[in-house]
Write a protein that binds this ligand. Structure first.
Ligand code: SF4
Length: 179
């Protein structure tokens, strides 16, 4: 059984509104830039499919993770804890800490960036566009630096669920050889 991490003094009971807004802005821009790039590469139908895919990923996160998270019904870094309590019944809190995830489990989330980035590179090769290039670079920036800022500096560092046990935290620790 993984050892709980000692509680950082400043774990948030309720995350600041600024963090919630920034986290959702990151998600909104990633989806919007991604949808536009796919629209340019493959047409509106695939772009709408991509947005539906992103919404399904969100719903799955709420249904599978947020229901048993410490922030269920509370304001977590993204506000999903509150959304979840409006849509789903509370799950078993122990399920969250006890669950193990692999990179295969993370793949659907990773594809939210990889699919449009791949399409964007395709557009660059077939029919170069300065606008798509700008959106592609912005998307790479959001996926890398944006996530590092929101997750690394504003979310996980102050997360009470992380101290109780978090499968994503353990997976990243494994990757960094810290476990
Ligand atoms: S911290 Fe993560 S798992 Fe917990 S409610 Fe927020 S988004 Fe869901």
């Amino acid at each position: 059984m993984p050892q709980p991490v000692t509680a950082p003094i400043s774990a948030h009971e309720r995350y600041p509104t600024g963090t919630v807004l920034l986290s959702n802005a990151l998600t909104f821009l990633t989806w919007t830039f991604g949808a536009y790039i796919i629209w340019t590469a493959l047409g509106i139908a695939f772009s709408l499919l991509f947005i539906a895919y992103c919404l399904l990923i969100e719903l799955n996160l709420l249904r599978r993770s947020c229901v048993s998270c410490y922030y269920y019904g509370k304001t977590c870094f993204s506000g999903r804890g509150r959304c979840c309590s409006a849509l789903f019944k509370r799950g078993n809190a122990g399920d969250f800490a006890g669950r193990d995830i692999t990179w295969v489990d993370m793949l659907p989330d990773i594809l939210v960036s990889v699919i449009p980035i791949t399409c964007g590179i395709g557009v660059m090769i077939v029919d170069f566009s300065w606008l798509v290039l700008a959106l592609l670079l912005a998307l790479v920036g959001l996926t890398t630096m944006g996530n590092a800022l929101v997750r690394g500096r504003l979310a996980c560092k102050y997360c009470r669920q992380r101290t109780l046990g978090c499968p994503a935290e353990r997976l990243f620790q494994k990757r960094e050889g810290r476990e």
